[in-house]
Write a protein that binds this ligand. Structure first.
Ligand SMILES: [Zn+2]
Length: 245
């Protein structure tokens, strides 16, 4: 509703109320008109403050009833750390059908060939928007993500939980993306397994009762690590997961 319509409606309502009141007392009707006009005037003058207050409250309400999230990182979960250079990066170099490239145009050649596949939200996972990189993974990693999704869903079912998704915060990065990332994160490596589509970072679980599900997610990754399906590297704000073959 626009502000003008709201103003007109308020004045109309005020006039109707006053007309109804003047049948009982003219003074009361005049008083009502004065108080009403004063209130409308004040409301109009401070409209920006009122909007701001309303908008802030709306965000608070959304935060209170929004879907809960639980962190996934080295502080929350305990894993055997697979060495980055000899396991994660070595695995990426073993992929014969992909090389690290600089630009998104070069990346698109791999997408066209089906070596890299787009990563979209599913029932089991959510893909966050990415500042450093893009939502693609190597087709072999996609299969492993489906394994995690299925195993985690089974465990949820066994424990009468459902609908808890894992959040993928980072996936494919060109060499240029990686360079940009290194400017803000000095721990980021030059030759990353992300540049081969071989790794994703998982940052959260999302859904009601995600706290209870955190242990189940740990179990899921532990099992797949033992079954030699994945390499894991717990980091301070995410879990770095690489395909293993
Ligand atoms: Zn990573």
């Amino acid at each position: 509703m626009t502000l003008k319509i709201l103003l007109l409606l308020s004045i109309l309502l005020l006039l109707i109320t006053s007309w109804w009141l003047q049948r009982f007392s003219k003074k009361l009707a005049i008083g009502c008109v004065l108080v009403g006009l004063g209130t409308i005037g004040l409301g109009y003058t401070y409209r920006k403050t009122i909007y701001r207050y309303y908008a802030q409250n709306k965000a608070d309400i959304r935060k209170r009833i929004g879907t809960p999230t639980c962190q996934i990182n080295s502080k929350v979960l305990k894993f055997k750390r697979d060495d980055y250079t000899t396991k994660h990066r070595a695995q990426a170099h073993k992929l014969k059908d992909i090389k690290a490239v600089h630009t998104n145009a070069e990346r698109d050649d791999y997408v066209e060939k089906g070596v890299l596949v787009p990563l979209k939200n599913t029932d089991g996972w959510i893909v966050k928007s990415m500042d450093y990189g893009s939502p693609f993974v190597h087709s072999k990693l996609y299969q492993k993500l489906e394994m995690i999704e299925q195993r985690f869903a089974e465990k949820q079912q066994e424990h009468n939980l459902s609908g808890i998704q894992f959040v993928i915060s980072s996936a494919y990065r060109t060499i240029d993306d990686q360079e940009r990332l290194r400017k803000v994160n000095h721990n980021a490596t030059v030759d990353s397994s992300h540049s081969y589509g071989a790794s994703v970072d998982i940052s959260h679980l999302r859904g009601k009762d995600c706290e209870q599900a955190t242990e189940l997610f740990q179990e899921t990754l532990n099992e797949l690590q033992k079954e030699k399906q994945l390499w894991l590297c717990p980091e301070s704000i995410t879990m770095h997961v690489t395909l293993r073959e």
